[in-house]
Design a protein around this ligand. Structure first.
Ligand SMILES: [Zn+2]
Length: 168
């Protein structure tokens, strides 16, 4: 089983080449294919809750850097839901369980993501479990909790989301 083919399933929008100056404080990239990137680059805290801010947390991962841990990948996937980066969610989803699409843009009512709380992170032999609670609201509805225990696997130095089990 190779993970090589899962990295760019969506073609053009996925993972631009790493520009020089990438990841450094104050770096600002022009990215004409992502109209909101200027605003996204200045997100502090990061959508995942990290006070360091997006450019020092999930941003580099969304740009193609490998997540050091499954928890970091999980946080970046939460941020990708916030930012509707369906391309990133699919690229970090293991090929064996990955859906064809998520249709995030068409989701009605659209969820508003309110916060993330990582409860547990265990890693062993290239497999990891991350338990988290995400808070969200659909449309004008009331806030609800999504409690999930997610499984991750590492292949060729990259972590991939396998599946998750929703807890009550
Ligand atoms: Zn983050």
């Amino acid at each position: 089983m190779t993970s090589r083919r899962v990295r760019r399933p969506c073609g053009a929008l996925q993972f631009p080449a790493k520009p020089s100056g990438w990841g450094h404080r104050g770096a600002r990239r022009a990215a004409p294919d992502l109209p909101n990137v200027q605003a996204i680059d200045t997100l502090t805290p990061c959508p995942c809750g990290n006070r360091a801010g997006y450019t020092h947390c999930c941003g580099p991962l969304h740009d193609g850097a490998a997540a050091a841990t499954a928890e970091a990948l999980m946080r970046s996937r939460y941020s990708a839901y916030v930012l509707k980066r369906e391309d990133y969610l699919l690229a970090t989803w293991h090929a064996s369980t990955r859906p064809d699409h998520l249709k995030l843009a068409a989701q009605q009512p659209a969820p508003s993501w309110l916060g993330l709380d990582v409860k547990r992170h265990e890693e062993r032999d290239g497999h990891a479990t991350v338990e988290f609670v995400a808070r969200l609201r659909y449309g004008g509805g009331k806030a609800q909790r999504m409690h999930e225990v997610s499984q991750f696997v590492r292949e060729d130095g990259r972590w991939y989301y396998l599946d998750g089990e929703i807890r009550a």
